[in-house]
Design a protein around this ligand. Structure first.
Ligand SMILES: C[S@@+](CC[C@H](N)C(=O)[O-])C[C@H]1O[C@@H](n2cnc3c(N)ncnc32)[C@H](O)[C@@H]1O
Length: 259
C-alpha cells in the first residue's frame, strides 16, 4: 500500500498517535467515555453485525460508496469513529489505501482491533438495549489504517489524497472553516470531499453564520470549491429498545477542489 503518511509520534497499544492528547483532553472528550459515546457509537455502527436490528446508517454508507469514483488515489475518512465506513470503502476498493482519522483513542482502538488486527471485540450495551454485544474476530483488511489526529491537522502531505469523506463531523468542530481549509490543502487538484452532516452546529455563533446550508456553502466555497448538493437523507438513530430515537436531516454534498 502506498504510504503517504507523516509517521506517528508514538503508539498507545496498537493505535498510532499523530498528535499528543493530554489527560485533560481525554477527560473532556465525550468520545473517550466508555460508558457514554463510545458504547453508543459502537452500538450504532457495529450493533447490526452483533445481531441488533438493521444498520441505521446503511443508506448513508450506500451514498458514500455510490459516490466514490473508481480511481487509485488514497481515500481519507475524517471522524471515522469505530471505522465501519472506512472499512466498507477499503473492502470496496482493495487496491486503494484507506485512512481513517479520529480524535477518540477508544473508538480507534476498537476500529484497529476489529478491522485491522482481526481481534474479537465486545462492549456493554447502552441503557435500554439488551446486555452485551460481542463480535467474533473477522479477517484483517490490509489496505486500512487508523490513526489519532484532528480534522484540522491531518498527518498528510499537501495534495496527497483523492477523496476525503466525512460523516456527522463538520458540525461538531469549533471551526468548520479551518477544517475545510485543511482538507483543501490535503486534496489533489480536482479531489473531492464527500460530506454528510445534519448541520446541527455546535455553537450559537456558528448557527448565526450558517443557519441555512446555502449560507454554509456560500461562505466557505468561495473560488476554491464547487459544491453539488444531493438529496437530504433522513436517518434515525435509535436510543433505546422502546423505539425512542433521534431523527437527523442529513445533508449530503460533494465539494470539489478547484485548482
Ligand atoms: C458524531 S460522531 C460521528 C461518527 C461517524 N462518522 C458517524 O457518522 O456516525 C463524531 C466523531 O468525530 C470525532 N471527532 C470529533 N471532533 C473531531 C476532530 N476535531 N477531529 C477528529 N475527529 C473528531 C469523534 O471522536 C467521533 O468519533
Amino acid at each position: 500500500m502506498i504510504n503517504i503518511l507523516t509517521p506517528p509520534l508514538h503508539y498507545r497499544k496498537n493505535v498510532p498517535f499523530h498528535l499528543e492528547k493530554s489527560p485533560a483532553q481525554f477527560r473532556a472528550d465525550a468520545y473517550e467515555d466508555f460508558a457514554g459515546q463510545v458504547i453508543r457509537q459502537l452500538t450504532l455502527h457495529l450493533g447490526e453485525l452483533a445481531g441488533e436490528n438493521a444498520y441505521p446508517w446503511q443508506e448513508l454508507e450506500h451514498w458514500f460508496l455510490a459516490n466514490l469514483r473508481d480511481e487509485q488515489s488514497p481515500i481519507v475518512e475524517v471522524g471515522c469513529g469505530c471505522g465501519k465506513l472506512t472499512a466498507a470503502m477499503a473492502e470496496a476498493f482493495p487496491d486503494r489505501p484507506c485512512y481513517g482519522f479520529d480524535f477518540s483513542y477508544q473508538l480507534l482502538k476498537a476500529a484497529t482491533d476489529y478491522w485491522i488486527d482481526a481481534k474479537n471485540i465486545a462492549w456493554l450495551a447502552p441503557g435500554g438495549f439488551p446486555g452485551k454485544f460481542s463480535l467474533p474476530a473477522r479477517r484483517s483488511i490490509q489496505n486500512l489504517y487508523f490513526g489519532l489526529a484532528r480534522a484540522a491537522n491531518l498527518p498528510l502531505p499537501d495534495a496527497s489524497a483523492g477523496t476525503i469523506v466525512s460523516s456527522f463531523l463538520i458540525d461538531r468542530v469549533a471551526s468548520p472553516e479551518t477544517v475545510m481549509q485543511e482538507w483543501y490543502r490535503v486534496l489533489q487538484s480536482g479531489g473531492r470531499v464527500l460530506l454528510a452532516s445534519p448541520l446541527n452546529w455546535l455553537s450559537n455563533a456558528i448557527w448565526e453564520r450558517y443557519d441555512e446550508p446555502e449560507k454554509f456553502i456560500a461562505e466557505l466555497a468561495g473560488e476554491q470549491w464547487t459544491v453539488v448538493r444531493h438529496p437530504t437523507l433522513s436517518l434515525v438513530e435509535p436510543l433505546d429498545r422502546r423505539g425512542n430515537a433521534v431523527h437527523w436531516n442529513c445533508e449530503c454534498m460533494v465539494w470539489t477542489k478547484v485548482g
